[in-house]
Design a protein around this ligand. Structure first.
Ligand SMILES: Nc1ncnc2c1ncn2[C@@H]1O[C@H](COP(=O)(O)OP(=O)(O)OP(=O)(O)O)[C@@H](O)[C@H]1O
Ligand SMILES: [Mg+2]
Length: 503
């Protein structure tokens, strides 16, 4: 007797045995994926597993070397971006494509402008842009330059833009990497709406909680090969991690505190043109100070102001008791500050090698009398690549050839390679896979034992709660509270972040 017909709908998309090689790197060796209409299908795998490569084949950005592609049962080839578009495939990439000097409205209608008497019809452009945002339930000023928006907002533009025309398959490559919790909820509401319309969604994320919240099924890739597909209702985080990394991870994040009494950084009444108001706090030796806040709370602005990337309008900053006023990041670095920016692209030198990207922050480690010393630089680069499990053909590979998450690891590794007394990390784990996150947490812990002080800003509250000795909560550019000890609970942090007061 056969199984009762569980009438699984006919697949919209079938990718079978896909292979793709870049030079010496076999990015895909057996990529297999089946997606049915009206499902959210998550794609999981470690950094460099081949997720982006698989979806770039779908978008027509890469031609596969081998494998079979079917669309609604019919064999097809996708030779160009236009082929994918015609089929109703939309891909939102990991690297954003929003053009800074254009307005929100222009970005939303880019390439699809209607003209009247040879001129772009501005009223019509605005109307369509507004409709696109409406579909997403998002409000943005249509006339602002996209370059002035924060990443999360630019990401919303990218998503809204993809939702035009007849969409049958929407691929999102780490769409929430830079979104706050509320934006994620809003995005999920949009995704559920699209699923109800019968649209299939491929959702790539390193955040397992999101996968369980939104996906119907999950396909796991490892080393370019599909390990398997499971229903989210019939699996567990542990099982998925096991499939991804082929080993189990210690989930115990708790670390010992190494915070001392000595103040290394003292900030008083700090205000900036970027929206910070009267921010006051102290950072101690060996301390991890968590910084949490919702989108627009000033988390990134605080990190940038401390590092000399943005100007300070009022207030004082003291490093080891001496007042400073950094006019540039270079000056901040000379005073022993390090900074891992929120946005991958900042600080990434795509054309330079992994080795060069790792050592730009530590010239004193690798040069003598102003000459770079490759003999010192190479072991340092190799050590960092190993510790953070950066997947690269060699340390001489240009950064651009690495997967998104591996690029991020290199940028984080740059600062960990150097013994920076004060390290500012802005969302360092966004886009990094679970295994590498673990290594990163361990490294942060190890650095505090040698007296390094860390300001760790993150949108992931569980990671902050596990790592931080104290937590600075920001609300609309102000310090809503600083929590420590028994007061440092998820509930208290969220209440401060949302309401701005403690009750
Ligand atoms: N254009 C390219 N040239 C050379 N190598 C590439 C190129 N694109 C991808 N690769 C390599 O192929 C492998 C798979 O990369 P891919 O971007 O698909 O990984 P991913 O699963 O999306 O990882 P992440 O989670 O870090 O985004 C990596 O080793 C990467 O370095
Ligand atoms: Mg990727």
């Amino acid at each position: 007797m056969g199984e009762p017909a569980m009438s699984e709908p006919e697949p919209l998309l079938t990718m079978a045995g896909m292979t793709k090689r870049f030079g010496g790197v076999q990015a895909l060796r057996d990529g297999t994926l089946e997606v049915v209409p009206g499902e959210v299908h998550a794609l999981l795998g470690e950094n460099g597993a081949g997720k982006s490569t698989l979806v770039k084949i779908l978008s027509g950005a890469h031609r596969p070397d081998g494998g079979e592609l079917r669309w609604a049962g019919e064999p097809i080839t996708i030779a160009a971006l236009s082929d994918a578009a015609r089929l109703g495939i939309r891909v939102i990439y990991q690297q954003l494509n929003v053009i800074g000097h254009l307005t929100v409205a222009q970005n939303l209608t880019l390439g699809r402008e209607r003209t009247r008497f040879g001129l772009v019809d501005l009223a019509e452009t605005r109307q369509r842009a507004a409709a696109a945002l409406e579909r997403l339930g998002v409000r943005l000023d249509l006339d602002r330059h996209a370059g002035d928006l924060r990443i999360a907002e630019r990401q919303l533009i990218e998503i809204a833009r993809s939702l035009t025309g007849e969409v049958r398959l929407l691929v999102m490559d780490e769409p929430t990497a830079s979104l706050g919790e509320r934006e994620v909820e809003r995005l999920f509401a949009v995704i559920r709406g699209l699923r109800e319309q019968g649209i299939a969604i491929i959702y790539i994320s390193h955040k397992l909680n999101e996968v369980f919240a939104i996906a119907d099924r999950v396909t796991v890739l490892r080393d370019g090969q599909t390990v398997g597909t499971v229903r989210t209702g019939q699996t567990s985080e542990d099982e998925l991690i096991g499939m991804m990394v082929g080993r189990s991870l210690g989930h115990d994040l708790t670390r010992e505190s190494h915070a001392g009494d000595q103040v290394v950084l003292e900030v008083a009444g700090l205000s900036t043109g970027t929206g910070l108001r009267d921010v006051t706090f102290q950072l101690h030796t060996g301390e991890v100070l968590g910084v949490y806040g919702l989108l627009g709370s000033g988390r990134t602005e605080l990190a940038r102001a401390l590092f000399g990337a943005d100007a300070i309008a009022a207030g004082t900053v003291k490093v080891r008791g001496a007042e400073v006023a950094f006019r540039s990041p270079a000056e901040a670095m000379r005073h022993g500050l390090g900074f891992v920016p929120e946005e991958r692209a900042q600080g990434a030198f795509s054309l330079l090698s992994v080795r060069e990207n790792l050592s730009v922050a530590s010239p004193e480690l690798i040069s003598r009398h102003g000459w770079l010393r490759p003999a010192l630089e190479r072991p340092l680069a190799r050590r960092m690549v190993e510790t953070l499990r950066v997947r690269t053909a060699s340390i001489e590979e240009p950064l651009a050839r690495l997967s998104g998450g591996n690029q991020q690891k290199v940028i984080v590794g740059r600062w960990l390679a150097r013994e920076t007394p004060i390290l500012i990390l802005d969302d360092p784990t966004s886009g990094i896979d679970v295994g590498a996150k673990d290594e990163l947490y361990r490294l942060i812990g190890a650095m505090t034992t040698t007296g390094t002080s860390v300001i760790l800003s993150s949108s992931e509250l569980p990671e902050l709660l596990a790592l931080a000795d104290r937590m600075l909560v920001l609300h609309q550019g102000r310090v809503a509270g600083i929590l420590a000890g028994n007061e440092l609970t998820q509930h208290n942090v969220l209440r401060l972040a949302v309401q701005g007061t403690n009750g």
